[in-house]
Design a binder for this molecule. Structure first.
Ligand SMILES: *Cc1c(COP(=O)(O)O)cnc(C)c1O
Length: 423
């Protein structure tokens, strides 16, 4: 598409956009009495307007039915996780029995590591990206220690080459090859939270498998943002949160994928709880854990229904819009964002910015801008003018163009605010 840096072009794009009706299904926070330009859907997605009613439904069932809500509520709580499985599976490209919604992201990663990181004196290493999200670093380090290994020896972090911001796929594969005799696990994010780089999940998984290792992914910034085909790519396990691109509210429940080849695998160790026990006997309170088939067998506790009600409402919007359509539009918005930034830099020589997110296809809808020493001043200028973006020390501004509620006009307006920056 040939972009133009003017309002009528942006409005035209919006009027041709078949997904534009979804913006009205979200509450857009206001700044100075006007809708903000909300570019932080990668950090906390906006609230769907269907959410208050979804929570009210569960409150009413609790109020009117008490414990009977487990079986006689409108959405019986006993089965609540089932209401989320199909639409979650669509987003990550999985079969339904490969997916379950439960707990939160870091907790789920620990549970998955208990099953899939089984180090031996010979094979104990984990390869991951350098400067991963802190929770992932702490999680991996503590898992390595749990098994009595030394994180300095067992964790191999891949770094970008000098003067580069991103990892090269060749370097990732070479590193896997180099450690292949000692490698237990390759663990990557799907989209790097800081740079926005999209990793090649399919190729990383293939290489890990060739080298006898398990491949697992943290999809916090990937779920709802990029195309995922976890089953087709033979990914072993993955987990994600629901409050970023999936718009399910602060700290809401997380999702887990476990490849179907482990659905009935009794050799895998796992931490067990009653909600993972085979469903037909779950309330019989018997001794002896028998896991439910598939990912559902990894559940521990009964479902946090209020969080799940929000997630359910949000997933219904994704199912309605279609994840493929959303991914496509997210990329278009992102390309337009890049265009208006480059235009603004041509017009305003005070803007010293570098886009560190790699070009498509190695990006989704996040763009990370490296600023110079005036970066904080620029960020404050954006904030004052109604742009909600995300500042990351030392000097990166992260933005996401979310296809469900961001518009081409948002991006055009952002560009003109950027142009008007003065030191
Ligand atoms: C957002 C994010 C988390 C957050 O973990 P929670 O357990 O949901 O608090 C973890 N890892 C990555 C990669 C993230 O982007």
């Amino acid at each position: 598409m040939q972009f133009e840096n003017n309002l009528s072009f942006a409005q035209q794009c919006d009027s041709k956009d078949s997904l534009r009706k979804y913006r009205d299904q979200f509450f857009i926070p206001e700044v100075n009495g006007k809708p903000s330009i909300y570019f932080t859907g990668n950090s906390l997605g906006l609230q769907p307007k269907s959410v208050p009613q979804a929570i009210t439904q569960e409150l009413e069932d609790w109020k009117n039915l008490g414990v009977e809500g487990h079986f006689h509520g409108k959405n019986p709580w006993f089965s609540y996780h089932h209401f989320l499985t199909k639409n979650s599976a669509l987003i990550v490209g999985a079969k339904e029995h490969e997916v379950v919604v439960m707990n939160q992201l870091t907790t789920n990663l620990h549970l998955l590591f208990i099953s899939f990181y089984r180090p031996t004196p010979k094979r104990h290493k984990i390869i991951m990206e350098v400067a991963a999200f802190p929770s992932d670093m702490y999680m991996v380090e503590s898992q390595v220690k749990l098994h009595g290994f030394n994180p300095d020896e067992s964790i191999i972090e891949i770094k970008p080459r000098e003067n580069e911001s991103n990892l090269r796929q060749n370097d990732i594969e070479a590193m896997i090859e180099m450690h292949k005799d000692e490698l237990a696990l390759v663990f990557f994010s799907g989209v790097q939270y800081y740079t926005g780089q999209v990793f090649n999940i399919k190729a990383i998984t293939e290489k890990a498998h060739q080298c006898g290792a398990i491949a697992g992914f943290d999809l916090a910034h990937a779920a709802g943002n990029i195309e995922l085909k976890l089953n087709e790519w033979s990914v072993d396990f993955a987990a994600w949160c629901s409050y970023k691109y999936l718009n399910s509210g602060p700290g809401s429940v997380g999702g887990v994928y476990i490849n179907e080849k482990y659905a009935n695998d009794s050799t895998l160790p796992r931490l067990a709880g009653w909600w993972g026990h085979n469903e037909k006997d779950r309330f019989k309170m018997l001794k002896g854990f028998e896991p439910e088939y598939g990912a559902a067998g990894w559940q521990l506790s009964n479902a946090p229904v209020f969080s799940m009600a929000v997630h359910k409402a949000s997933l219904e919007i994704f199912a309605d819009a279609g994840i493929d359509n959303l991914v496509k539009k997210g990329k278009e918005l992102n390309a337009y964002l890049e265009f208006v930034i480059l235009e603004a830099m041509k017009i305003n020589s005070e803007l010293v910015l570098q886009i560190i997110t790699p070009a498509a296809p190695e990006r989704g809808c996040q763009l990370s801008l490296l600023t110079n020493e005036n970066g904080k001043g620029l960020f404050d200028h954006l904030t004052k003018n109604g742009v909600i973006a995300d500042w990351r020390n030392p000097n990166v501004i992260r933005m996401a163009t979310v296809p469900l509620y961001n518009s081409f006009e948002d991006i055009y307006q952002f560009g003109s605010i950027l142009q008007s920056f003065k030191n």
